[in-house]
Design a protein around this ligand. Structure first.
Ligand code: BGC
Length: 813
């Protein structure tokens, strides 16, 4: 069953009922100010950091699940309704929610009144704009009362949800004209406040939640709305809100538009006040002056559209499959931007209170983002490197506002360091900018110790090279990519966090997955060394990589597939000798991507085993057989019921590793088949089963052992976005940035005749035509650039130097 449709021309997903199986959400904001908005108007916004600078309150795990947001109450006679249906839930005569790139538009109607609510964050301002247009479509005049409503968060969202003995006494506001200023804690250490304003004179306002709602009411029946009159309440403590009361007298056919601005304002510390306890309103006045008219709001929206059009022109493919085109050209890249901005901090499944910018997560997110805005990728790589420790190990996350690492969700995950090599290499392949390697980067945010980024990469590589276990495989530490494989934890008490309890290290437990990473990213590091003229180091690195390949082919090989790990007693995990969890997906993908066993058939065998043992109609499950018992020596992975999360769920993040691996072996048909199964645009028709948004990937789909097989969970913030974009754009469609220039080496289903693609790369637009009349799955028979034949698959950057556009023709065969 579908709950909407894709509008490819406008690059929007159009939701046609408010009653989606889960909140189907969108993100507003490009750089510093962000909002989450659901298809019923739920959600919240924050400046830079979902935990530390949150403007509006949101209660997670609520009942109903999505409650609280930017609510506009329309009172038309005795009927009260909202453009997004929630929270009043009055049955609407029509409803539509269009989630577009950085904006959402709700169009609904009731009793001959139409409301169009457009919400977005301008490209370069720190605010949300809510543009609400009311049109009288009936043939009688209408007198409408309109009430706005948002609930302020007292900035620190964690404290806001827990420390009531303090924060029920701290709330403060000011109201001047049509503007409500939320200034809690501004009198003391904060130099920022929030502003909520509308561009018309108001009838009244409220800032005390209980006055607006009534003490025993929820959002669906506010006293003030029912009575049709604001109380002009001024908050002192408790729960400050912002609500305006406006009136619209609409003759038949007439419209009126209101522009609401919800913004973040900051003052220099020595200019906080204009009079004792009266905040300096200069930044608010400047902000609000920009959005007083419909023309101004429209210009900001047009700027947002232009911003996205330009970004998406970097990679644009035209295949015969329109679903694939919409995924690659729009939605997958859009999700890559969101994961880049949010890491794993704020979604409808990540509360923004727990996780910040994950070290490995953000490094991987860059793989899918670097082509969009390389300058921001550069800055991010440096931010991440600044949190690394001198021995090459890393924090597992840092807070976006402070950019300082913390151990709140544990540390000592031994895959983390190598991901820094992966993203830096991807950045240089995209841009050719080797100068990033000279950038001084701190250790643990101590800039007095800064050394060039290249030295950080060296320490990443060396950390792994010097932390080997009994078999010569890398020690796993707290865990590797799979956070839940906790081989040194041994937790027996409920409530202990698997990520923070127990020792993060152990001298025995090893990871074959990290070994695969060491080979893959070690080779990339060697390329960087070579490009820098470091011959001895190159040879040394490649020697260690070769040695690791031998170890994997020996201790890491189980006969039919790659072993997953060795536990703290040196017993294998992910081996046929195990009772449960005999085969895992991760080492099969990573080792084959690293090129291990490609020549002697081990790679092909491993991928065949994946197909036979792990595949399902909704994707490849993480392991089989699922753990049915809790294993103290294996940790969190065995704590999940079979088929969920890492315990044999379809963990979407690593399905694209198998896609990439299959293309290494030239299996275009199989690669695309794997790609397609978890791809949301192909699941749109079964949205009642899949449940999450059909325009973005989710972290996990319940596996074949689960009672709810096929049900998606944790949409939006997942490394799946970056890895699927890497898999489809580089490995299947074959456009591969390299250090030397743009590589083109497709691996596609034999039934595809070909496709065309535009790719902007290092300032040159490549118009690429792939001809597959031969029905090949892989292989470049001939490659020409502006008619000139190029040997191999890589177009040297020098060849196109000085050109703006080139025409590339690739004949497969
Ligand atoms: C984390 C990733 C991790 C994955 C698998 C996700 O929730 O963000 O860092 O690799 O789970 O455990």
């Amino acid at each position: 069953m579908k709950f909407g449709f894709f509008d490819d021309v406008r690059k929007e997903y159009v939701i046609t009922t408010p009653k989606t199986p889960l909140p189907w959400i969108n993100y507003l904001g490009s750089q510093d100010f962000f909002g989450l908005i659901s298809n019923t108007g739920g959600g919240y916004c924050f400046y830079k950091d979902a935990k530390l600078l949150r403007l509006t309150r949101y209660r997670y795990n609520n009942c109903p699940m999505d409650l609280g947001g930017r609510y506009y109450y329309i009172k038309d006679g005795d009927t009260v309704w909202n453009p997004g249906w929630m929270p009043v839930k009055t049955e609407l005569d029509s409803y539509e929610c269009r989630h577009g790139l950085g904006y959402s538009v709700f169009t609904s109607s009731k009793n001959g009144l139409q409301a169009v609510l457009t919400a977005f964050v301008p490209v370069s301002d720190t605010c949300e704009i809510h543009r609400l247009k009311l049109t009288n479509q009936s043939d009688a005049p209408k007198n409408i009362d309109l009430f706005s409503f948002i609930e302020f968060c007292l900035w620190n969202a964690q404290d806001d949800m827990s420390n009531f003995q303090r924060n029920f006494s701290t709330g403060e506001v000011e109201v001047i004209g049509s503007t409500i200023y939320h200034k809690t804690e501004y009198r003391e250490r904060r130099n920022h406040y929030a502003v909520y304003s509308v561009n018309k004179p108001i009838e009244g306002f409220d800032t005390i939640r209980d006055s607006f709602l009534g003490f025993y009411n929820s959002f669906d029946d506010p006293d003030v709305v029912r009575e049709g009159k604001s109380k002009n309440s001024v908050a002192h403590g408790w729960q400050p809100i912002g609500s305006h009361h406006l009136k619209a007298e609409l003759a038949p056919g007439k419209s009126e538009e209101f522009i609401f601005v919800l913004g973040y304002c900051e003052n220099p510390r020595d200019q906080k006040f204009e009079a004792p306890n009266v905040i300096n309103k200069k930044p608010a006045n400047e902000l609000l002056a920009k959005y007083q008219t419909s023309e101004q709001a429209q210009a900001a929206l047009d700027e947002l559209h232009a911003y996205w059009d330009k970004l998406l022109s970097t990679y644009n493919v035209n295949t015969a499959d329109e679903k694939l085109n919409r995924l690659v050209n729009v939605w997958n890249q859009y999700q890559c931007m969101v994961t880049f901005n949010m890491s794993r901090s704020a979604s409808f499944y990540e509360s923004g209170l727990g996780r910040g910018m994950g070290f490995r997560d953000s490094c991987q997110d860059l793989l899918g983002f670097v082509h969009l805005i390389p300058e921001r990728a550069r800055e991010r790589i440096i931010d991440i490197a600044n949190t690394q420790f001198e021995d090459g190990s890393t924090y597992h996350q840092y807070q976006p506002l402070t950019k300082k690492g913390n151990a709140d969700i544990g540390g000592g995950f031994n895959d983390d360091p190598l991901w820094l090599v992966a993203c830096t290499y991807a950045y240089i392949c995209e841009t050719g900018d080797f100068s990033i390697l000279d950038e001084p980067c701190a250790f643990d945010s101590d800039f007095s110790k800064a050394v060039p980024l290249m030295d950080h990469l060296r320490r990443s590589f060396n950390y792994t090279a010097t932390h080997l276990g009994p078999h010569g495989l890398p020690l796993i530490g707290r865990a590797d990519w799979n956070d839940c494989l906790n081989l040194n934890c041994f937790s027996e008490e409920p409530g202990e966090s698997f990520q923070t309890f127990g020792p993060s290290e152990g001298p025995v437990a090893e990871s074959v997955f990290i070994a695969g990473m060491f080979v893959k990213y070690g080779k990339q590091y060697a390329e960087l060394c070579q490009a820098q003229g470091l011959e001895d180091e190159t040879a040394d690195v490649l020697g260690k990589v070769d040695q690791m390949i031998k170890v994997v082919e020996d201790a890491g090989w189980d006969g039919e597939w790659f072993v997953r790990a060795y536990d703290a007693f040196s017993n294998p995990i992910g081996s046929k000798v195990c009772e449960e969890g005999q085969i895992y997906i991760e080492p099969q993908g990573m080792c084959v991507m690293a090129g291990i066993g490609v020549e002697d058939g081990k790679a092909a065998k491993a991928l065949k085993s994946v197909e036979e043992k792990l595949d399902s109609k909704f994707g490849i499950v993480l392991l089989q057989p699922a753990y049915t018992k809790y294993h103290v020596e294996i940790g969190e992975i065995t704590s999940y019921p079979p088929g969920y999360k890492e315990n044999a769920g379809i963990f979407c993040h690593n399905n694209p590793w198998i896609v990439c691996a299959e293309t290494e072996l030239g299996h275009g048909d199989r690669a695309f088949d794997v790609f397609r199964k978890t791809c949301p645009v192909y699941l749109e028709e079964i949205s009642e089963v899949h449940r999450t948004e059909p325009y973005v990937y989710c972290q996990m789909v319940a596996g074949k052992d689960a009672p709810t097989f096929g049900e998606g969970k944790n949409s939006w913030l997942t490394g799946t976005a970056a890895w699927t974009f890497t898999a489809i754009s580089q490995y299947i469609l074959g456009i591969q940035p390299t250090l030397k220039g743009l590589g083109i080496n497709p691996c596609i289903p034999s039934g595809w005749n070909g496709y065309t693609l535009d790719r902007v790369y290092r300032g040159v637009t490549y118009h690429i035509t792939i001809d597959n009349a031969a029905g090949a799955q892989k292989g470049v028979a001939c490659l020409t650039v502006d008619g000139v034949a190029v040997p191999g698959c890589v177009i040297p950057a020098e060849m196109v130097a000085g050109k703006q556009e080139v025409a590339v023709v690739v004949t497969m065969g």
